[in-house]
Design a protein around this ligand. Structure first.
Ligand code: PGA
Length: 260
């Protein structure tokens, strides 16, 4: 079984460094020293450095929510991968649907960012997922295949094994609508099958594929128990320490019991 990986995507929250620090402190205290489940926090870029200090001595990883593909230069408002590393990051979220659909980010841009992230040893969390209209039109697998092909172009098998994927159906993000475990497992099995075709079964078996979209303490266990779901990318529920820790505890239970 792949080690389950729970990441909190704080998006553009909370409003102050003080609130961000207390949230990170509470998560750190709840997680303790145990590494049976991988955990990472992805705060807004301006808080990264301070949260890195909070997380000192903890196994919790730190992630950016985006980065630019160029290493330096005249790119106003952008952040390079090396800057994320310097701020203490181990991870970076790439191609989140709010960037793809809200800010016009393309698969080619996600791919450029992915190669730039790997070049500085950041662990990328690459997000993919269909919209409600695409699901209703029965295009889910076509959309996933297109995003996988474009976003992951040019990777070696060894690089692929170290990339985390997050399947996040756009209609389930921040809406309170969660994919059923069956819908999520079907999409994850499709992704695993695609990885196997492109990179071989041994690599496909190593890739961690998170689910994201209204994951909460009360639905986490049944999602995480699915054979191809290896963790969660959590938005709203990661902003309350008790909820985020509830999801981590659900992952610990699934880990202790093992998957069917
Ligand atoms: P949500 O967000 O948990 O609030 O639905 C998930 C995400 O956008 O990563």
């Amino acid at each position: 079984m792949r080690t389950l990986f729970i990441a909190g995507n704080w998006k553009m929250n909370p409003g102050t460094a003080e609130a961000a620090i207390s949230l990170a402190e509470a998560v750190k205290a709840g997680v303790g020293a145990s590494a049976d489940v991988r955990v990472a926090l992805c705060p807004p870029a301006v808080f990264l450095n301070r949260i890195d200090h909070v997380l000192e001595g903890s196994p919790i990883g730190l992630g950016g929510q985006n980065m630019y593909w160029k290493p330096e230069g005249a790119f106003t408002g952008e952040t390079s991968g090396a800057m994320l590393v310097d701020a203490g990051c181990t991870h970076v979220i790439l191609g989140h649907s709010e960037r793809r659909h809200g800010m016009g980010e393309t698969d080619a841009q996600v791919n450029a960012k992915l190669h730039a992230a790997l070049a500085v040893q950041l662990i990328p969390i690459v997000c993919i997922g269909e919209t409600k209209d695409e699901r209703l039109a029965d295009q889910t697998e076509d959309v996933l295949q297109g995003q996988l092909t474009g976003s992951l172009a040019g990777l070696s098998s060894e690089q692929m094994a170290g990339v985390v994927l997050a399947y996040e159906p756009v209609w389930a993000i921040g809406t309170g609508l969660t994919a059923t475990p069956e819908q999520a497992q079907n999409a994850h099995a499709f992704i695993r099958g695609w990885l196997s075709e492109q990179f071989g079964p041994a690599t496909a078996a190593r890739v961690v594929v998170q689910y994201g979209g209204s994951v909460k303490p009360d639905n986490a266990a049944e999602l995480l128990a699915c054979p191809d779901i290896d963790g969660a990318l959590v938005g709203g529920a990661s902003l309350k320490a008790a909820d985020f820790l509830g999801i981590i505890n659900a992952a610990r239970d699934v880990t202790a019991k093992g998957k069917a």
